[in-house]
Ligand binder design. Structure first.
Ligand SMILES: [Zn+2]
Length: 476
């Protein structure tokens, strides 16, 4: 009896193993989930294709150069500090980002805007592409000044989505050892409430010295004016509120040997595209991400300057307000979340800037203020030179680290295709999606082929755990 029982157990065990193998094969290996690797540079920096990881010899930042777009002399330019002599010849190439293709999700819901998708190539079904959904079925998509317009309206990304595509352009923790990069964050005193033209350009031309100091790797503004401290009276017997704002201002300054040294414009440059020669476009959408502590009971000021004007948020524990070029836009802004952390000498994370013509302030991971810049304010024709600033009035601020990143910037056509050869407006077919690569200069996507977008039946799924964790210039 015991003998037969043993045979039965072995048989059951074998059967179970076979069933498990079948399930794993069907669902994981051959069916629902499929491991893949990114093969090209069109979705950099979020997804890197084969590349060489370069550590900048001057500032120490690590960035990725696409293997297919290596610089001619094998000397790569650092996206943060602008150092041009980074030797890439002896660096071993690294394979593209590994990702797991989820083939199940789109069987019960449709792809969403800004979501990366993998789809089959129409001509060579064995080949697949990774791009981002920008237009949904039946929509009219237009790319203007780097932004996406759908049916005539600007399409605004959430801060969370923008962060996954954002490209780092400065980080105070990576300071060039050579000292050849001029300081980008500088103290500037500005009287009144922020009229343009009254601020110093950082060249030291203001009469009032800024009290911002750079001490032990931190930018520090001391809390309260003592009778001995330098204080500027805008007018005799001026009330406390007319004291000037002492700003710490970011401008995107460049090295002297940079061909664009005279400009503080932020461009749509990509560290991965080292051998791509083209006219760079100006980007307005920049965001500062700062770690800081504040002390005192005064007000915190945040400024965003872009083509449409200079916007200044004033934040106090009791609420917020917004001005544009010194004129009041919103006297009483609803702050989503408590501001009680302000002034309590606790470590805070603060992000502010603009994305897709919307101003944003995020405190400790929470979006507390936002304001859409209206469409009538877009008439500016000269290239913008965005700046970001933080300041205090009767408030002590110590900035421990500051990063600045820019938004993705979509071109009307990729390099090699004249913009005139591409329609201004793209109408997506009824069962198709308009897709774009994040690396707009080199991506072959719905801008050029095929008209009407990617048919739904060609979509294979969406990438899981795909985005590169390091080695790129995207936001961590
Ligand atoms: Zn560098």
């Amino acid at each position: 009896m015991a003998r037969r029982f043993t045979w039965r157990r072995i048989f059951e065990g074998l059967l179970l193993a076979v069933v498990l193998i079948v399930i794993v094969r069907t669902w994981l290996i051959a069916g629902i989930l499929l491991p893949q690797r990114v093969a090209g540079p069109s979705m950099a920096e979020a997804f890197l294709g084969p590349h060489r990881p370069v550590t900048c010899r001057d500032c120490g930042w690590q960035f990725a150069c696409a293997e297919s777009l290596l610089p001619e002399r094998f000397t790569a330019r650092c996206p943060l500090c602008g150092e041009r002599e980074n030797d890439v010849a002896k660096i071993a190439p690294v394979a593209g980002t590994r990702l797991l293709l989820d083939r199940a999700t789109f069987s019960y819901r449709a792809p969403r805007r800004w979501e990366p998708i993998v789809f089959r190539c129409a001509e060579q079904p064995a080949q697949s592409y990774l791009k981002r959904v920008v237009g949904l079925p039946g929509e009219v998509v237009e790319l203007r000044r780097g932004d996406v317009y759908v049916n005539g309206q600007i399409e605004r990304k959430s801060l969370a989505v923008a962060r996954t595509m954002g490209i780092l352009i400065d980080d105070t923790r990576y300071r060039p050892a050579s000292g050849r990069l001029p300081a980008r964050w500088r103290g500037e005193v500005e009287p009144g409430g922020g009229k343009p033209g009254t601020a110093s350009d950082g060249s030291g031309s203001t009469k009032t010295p800024s009290r911002w100091q750079y001490v032990d790797g931190r930018f520090v503004l001391e809390a309260v004016e003592t009778p001995d401290a330098p204080k500027v009276e805008v007018e005799p017997n001026a009330a406390a509120t007319t004291h000037p704002i002492d700003w710490l201002t970011y401008r995107h300054r460049r090295r002297e040997d940079d061909p664009l040294a005279a400009s503080t414009a932020v461009n749509d440059d990509y560290a991965t595209n080292q051998n791509v020669s083209r006219q760079l476009e100006a980007v307005d959408d920049v965001v500062a991400a700062v770690r800081l502590t504040t002390t005192g009971t005064g007000a915190l000021f945040l400024a965003v300057e872009r083509a449409e004007g200079r916007f200044v948020f004033r934040l106090e524990r009791s609420g917020g307000s917004l001005t544009r070029d010194g004129e009041e836009l919103n006297r009483r802004m609803a702050i989503k979340g408590p501001l009680t952390a302000l002034g309590e000498n606790r470590s805070l994370t603060l992000e502010w800037g603009s994305l897709d013509r919307r101003l944003l302030v995020r405190l400790n991971g929470r979006l507390i203020l936002e304001h859409n810049i209206d469409a009538t304010a877009t008439t500016a024709t000269e290239p913008s030179r965005p700046s970001l600033a933080i300041g205090g009035r009767s408030l002590g601020i110590a900035v421990e680290s500051a990063r600045v990143w820019r938004d993705v910037h979509y071109l009307r056509s990729p390099v090699g295709v004249p913009p005139a050869a591409v329609p201004r407006q793209h109408t997506t077919a009824a069962d198709a999606y308009f897709v774009l690569g994040d690396n707009s200069p080199v991506s072959q996507d719905s801008r050029v082929e095929p008209p009407g977008g990617v048919a739904a039946q060609r979509i294979l799924g969406r990438p899981l755990f795909g985005a590169s964790r390091r080695g790129g210039s995207r936001m961590p």
